[in-house]
Design a protein around this ligand. Structure first.
Ligand SMILES: [Zn+2]
Length: 475
């Protein structure tokens, strides 16, 4: 009997233990499910400029995975936080969608600025405030390099690759068999289109194609479904490019194809009208034609054509879809900083801080106009306006944190705004020295105090999955 009772007790103990572990397992499952619904990161207490019509500005946003989960008021967003949510306290600083450099050679032409590895170039891109770049000359070697970086998760920024069909009188590319237009290797690397050089620079007026040759090249790429970016600097080259694009589009809207002309250094009124009616995208370089160019060698030549030169304001005001970029490193002073680029677009003041000439000042952009062509309008340039370029629920969590708000500082201070943090797909890929407190992490306590940027925030745990803002004070 005694033995039997022992057996019974043992059985009960085992059953109880099993039941207990089952309960624990179920409750943990529930717990995990609850915490999985919470944001990975909440960014709050800032001036968040969305680049959307409404709301144009919010105080806080939440991120889950690579995407924006919610935007809104400080208290609503903070209340979404869970025990594993990371909080970034902006301390009143400004956050914008990550900037998009629509025409550049940051990685491909890095040797020109003595950067030997692509990793160095990528770090510089991030610290300059760009989260996406278009590389406008990605040949096979460069594509292989980008794919390796991407596969090894070292790309860290989003790259749109444009594959060259020509360079001067040379032709390249059996691209159409190997790659699909818009092909995504990952969310970081994409084949955006092909690139053709119609001319060279405004000092030589040299054309590489006549109308018949250009049309056959463009038609082939168009029929293969590729977006086409055509380098065209001087006005008479642009006439041929516009004739070609008009013929190839055959009355269809360029909204479907998004063909673009690069540089457009010299442009007449009738060409602006024509680009507008065809919907051709204008891709121009914001660090060009600022006061540094007064002393540029080419200036005596430019002087005769200054009424046609660098007409960024006329292009934007005509409603032409526009992309503002650096063409890094191919600008005077190798300007890479997004804030310096913005400043040059708005003031036309160069690195030497000379006074711009009248024809330059006639073509300045407003801060709002310049920001658009570096964010949401730039995203349109690669068919990506639904996934990035503005801050909207569901879009990619690509952001830049700035020391000041470009919409409210004096124009003369734009170049001094610092990039404090660059976030790509919800990951803080760059944090400026001394700004590490921006990424303070607080996890799983019942009550916690965070000190950052002079603001102290106390969070109280409401239940196992929710914190609420209890107190906030400065100190
Ligand atoms: Zn270029």
């Amino acid at each position: 009997m005694k033995r039997r009772r022992e057996l019974l007790v043992t059985t009960l103990v085992v059953l109880a233990a099993l039941l207990a572990s089952l309960l624990l397992f179920v409750s943990q499952g529930f717990w995990n499910q609850q915490t999985n619904d919470a944001p990975d990161t909440i960014i709050h207490n800032g001036e968040i400029i969305t680049m959307e019509q409404s709301p144009a500005q919010v105080q806080a946003l939440a991120i889950r995975g690579e995407s924006i989960l919610a935007i809104g008021d400080e208290s609503d967003i903070l209340a979404m936080g869970g025990p594993s949510t990371h909080f970034i306290d902006l301390g009143g600083r400004t956050l914008l969608p990550g900037f998009i450099d629509s025409h550049s050679h940051h990685i491909g032409d890095r040797n020109y600025v003595n950067q030997s590895t692509p990793e160095e170039a990528i770090e510089s891109v991030l610290s300059s405030g760009w989260t996406s770049i278009s590389e406008l000359f990605v040949n096979q070697d460069r594509l292989d390099e980008l794919r390796t970086l991407d596969e090894e998760e070292n790309l860290r920024i989003r790259v749109n690759a444009y594959l060259p069909l020509s360079w001067q009188f040379e032709r390249f590319g059996d691209w159409y068999e190997a790659y699909q237009p818009g092909q995504e290797f990952s969310s970081k690397l994409r084949i955006a289109g092909v690139k053709i050089f119609m001319d060279s620079w405004f000092t030589d007026w040299l054309h590489y194609f006549d109308q018949i040759e250009l049309e056959s090249l463009v038609q082939e790429a168009h029929d293969a479904g590729y977006q086409i970016a055509i380098h065209s600097v001087v006005e008479n080259a642009t006439d041929i490019v516009l004739d070609t694009l008009e013929a190839v589009l055959g009355g269809e809207s360029n909204q479907l194809y998004r063909h673009r002309i690069e540089h457009l250094v010299l442009l007449r009124d009738d060409q602006i009208d024509r680009m507008g009616s065809l919907g051709i995208i204008a891709s121009f370089q914001l660090p060009w034609f600022n006061s540094d160019w007064i002393e540029a060698q080419s200036f005596p030549y430019l002087q005769d054509y200054s009424h046609l030169a660098g007409r960024w304001r006329d292009i934007v005001q005509a409603g032409i879809p526009s992309l503002g970029s650096t063409d890094f490193p191919w600008n005077l002073g190798e300007v890479r900083s997004a804030m310096r680029t913005l400043s040059m677009a708005v003031t036309r003041i160069g690195l030497q801080e000379l006074t711009p000439l009248d024809w330059m000042l006639n073509q300045t952009l407003s801060v709002e106009q310049a920001l658009r062509i570096m964010t949401i309008d730039a995203a349109y340039g690669t068919f990506q306006e639904d996934v990035k370029g503005s801050i909207r629920v569901g879009k990619l969590a690509d952001f830049v944190v700035l020391s000041d708000n470009p919409l409210t500082v004096p124009e003369s201070s734009l170049a001094n705004i610092e990039v404090l943090m660059t976030i790509v797909g919800g990951v803080a890929e760059y944090t400026a020295p001394g700004q590490q407190f921006l990424s303070t992490v607080y996890v799983g306590a019942s009550s916690q105090t965070v000190v950052g940027s002079g603001q102290i925030i106390k969070m109280e745990m409401v239940d196992r999955t929710r914190f609420e803002l209890a107190t906030t004070w400065t100190g």
